[in-house]
Design a protein around this ligand. Structure first.
Ligand SMILES: [Fe+2]
Length: 497
């Protein structure tokens, strides 16, 4: 719906006092036994959700009589891992739902090892064709195996995260997904222009109903700016690199330590907006938020054994080797496995339970124009093409797939815990052996130490190439074929946050 069309609808609604849904239904705070259904109307009205196990028989009702334009209704006492159908509206009539498309599936119990799928998108908020192509490529790719969890890495409503920008560049574009899949966002710098993390105010905080009291697992954060939740055997940690203090003794990272100490999940996935490692459209050596999150947050996460760290902000797809000790005063990273992580390539990455070692992914390619400044030496694969990531978790196996807007799979890796067997191919996609991979193989010996951010310059030429028309070409210090085996000449450069 265009802005002029919306204004027309609003005018008509006002004249006739008819109820109009101005923000279609979306699901928040999914837990094994509860969920929040949200939507907006004009004019203000009561809030009524009818729900049930059959779309033709919505025999349960939750109602709040106070007239509001932003509606949030919590459904409680639900069965775990169960799909419910719903409608929203007033006691007189449903305004949306009551069909097979409007449903929510409650989360599995914490620790349940059922197969689950996560969709990760960053920097999508243009409302343009690229964003829609990324969305459609995902929907086409997954078919009936739709994501259980939608995580957004920030910058979902350019330019300033205002309410109407949210409407047309987030809620409208993703409405077919949001009405049946819980979305878990983190605050991007563009949303931060109009929303305050410290005050918990603005369109971002008005629109999202995020857990503050550990409602969905994890330790209560006391704020919607950062939080955690469980879904099956995965513990998700959502940090705020935009508006909350990033210092190691700040409240956010103090909470992070408590939260990590309280989780025994098989997998831990952390995400926030500003990535710790990137040479995409932003440089993690030179920008305060990226440097500070790398220095402050990643040592805590790695010590707790976090497996996957996702960020956006940099408008590209970049993903690292399996690395650890990738932070600290000397900013050195140890590459634990210098292979491609593909089951049918060099083999999946393996790590022991609780051990340090993570893959870092920048997924800022969800819709905004993409670019690369270079090839960060910790990255196994980089690409300047719009797309999104699908993460499939099945027991002790986690597989991430990069799916371009044109439907092509260009990268995939798997992490296995302990002695787990490699999984069968994630459904809805090509087997790993058939994945397109336009980047020349990179070989780095395990245990290689790399002076990653801002300091490394390789001797000799570079055997790697940037995929997808990347801007700028490969940096002279980019990791090349066998480069780590022949050594590095290190040139340190001070990082000034
Ligand atoms: Fe950003």
């Amino acid at each position: 719906m265009s802005l002029s069309a919306l204004l027309g609808v609003i005018a008509l609604a006002g004249a006739a006092q008819a109820q109009v849904v101005t923000r279609k239904p979306y699901i928040q705070q999914g837990s094994p036994t509860s969920a929040v259904v949200a939507w907006r109307t004009l004019p203000a009205s009561e809030s009524v959700v009818r729900y049930g196990l059959d779309p033709g028989r919505l025999d349960q009702i939750v109602a709040a009589p106070e007239p509001v334009i932003h509606h949030e209704v919590r459904l409680q006492g639900l069965e775990p891992d169960t799909r419910y159908f719903y409608s929203v509206g007033t006691r007189q009539r449903a305004l949306a739902g009551g069909d097979t498309e409007h449903s929510l599936r409650t989360a599995p119990l914490p620790g349940a090892r059922r197969r689950l799928r996560i969709w990760a998108v960053g920097d999508s908020g243009t409302g343009g064709e690229a964003q829609r192509a990324v969305r459609d490529a995902m929907l086409s790719h997954v078919g009936d195996e739709k994501p259980d969890v939608f995580i957004h890495l920030g910058d979902m409503a350019y330019r300033s995260g205002e309410s109407l920008e949210f409407e047309f560049r987030f809620f409208d574009v993703y409405a077919p997904i949001l009405r049946n899949t819980v979305v878990w966002p983190t605050l991007g710098n563009h949303e931060g222009r109009s929303s305050s993390a410290s005050a918990q105010r603005g369109p971002y905080f008005d629109g999202f109903a995020l857990p503050t009291r550990g409602e969905c697992g994890g330790v209560a954060s006391g704020t919607e700016a950062y939080y955690s939740f469980d879904f099956g055997n995965v513990h998700f940690i959502v940090l705020d690199s935009t508006g909350s203090p990033r210092g190691p003794e700040g409240e956010m990272l103090r909470w992070l330590r408590r939260d990590l100490a309280g989780s025994s999940a098989d997998w831990m996935i952390a995400f926030w907006h500003h990535p710790p490692y990137s040479k995409g459209s932003h440089d993690s050596d030179r920008e305060r938020e990226l440097v500070e999150m790398r220095q402050s947050a990643t040592p805590i996460l790695e010590a707790a054994g976090v497996d996957l760290v996702l960020g956006g902000h940099s408008h590209a797809y970049e993903r690292s080797f399996l690395i650890r000790r990738a932070a600290g005063a000397r900013l050195e990273a140890e590459i634990l496995d210098g292979g491609d992580g593909r089951v049918e390539g060099d083999g999946a990455y393996r790590k022991a339970r609780g051990a340090s070692g993570a893959v870092y992914v920048v997924a800022g390619h969800g819709g905004a124009p993409v670019s690369l400044k270079g090839h960060h030496p910790l990255m196994r694969f980089v690409e300047a093409k719009n797309g999104s990531c699908l993460i499939d978790v099945e027991g002790d196996a986690l597989t991430l797939t990069n799916l371009r807007a044109d439907g092509q799979i260009t990268d995939r890796f798997t992490i296995l815990k302990g002695a787990a067997e490699a999984p069968r191919s994630p459904s809805g996609g090509d087997p790993p052996g058939e994945s397109a991979d336009p980047v020349a193989p990179v070989v780095v010996r395990p245990g290689a130490l790399i002076q990653a951010p801002g300091g490394a310059e390789a001797e000799g030429g570079c055997g790697c190439a940037l995929a997808g028309g990347a801007q700028g070409g490969a940096a002279p210090w980019a990791v090349g074929l066998g480069l780590a085996a022949v050594g590095w000449r290190r040139r340190r450069r001070a990082i000034r946050p």
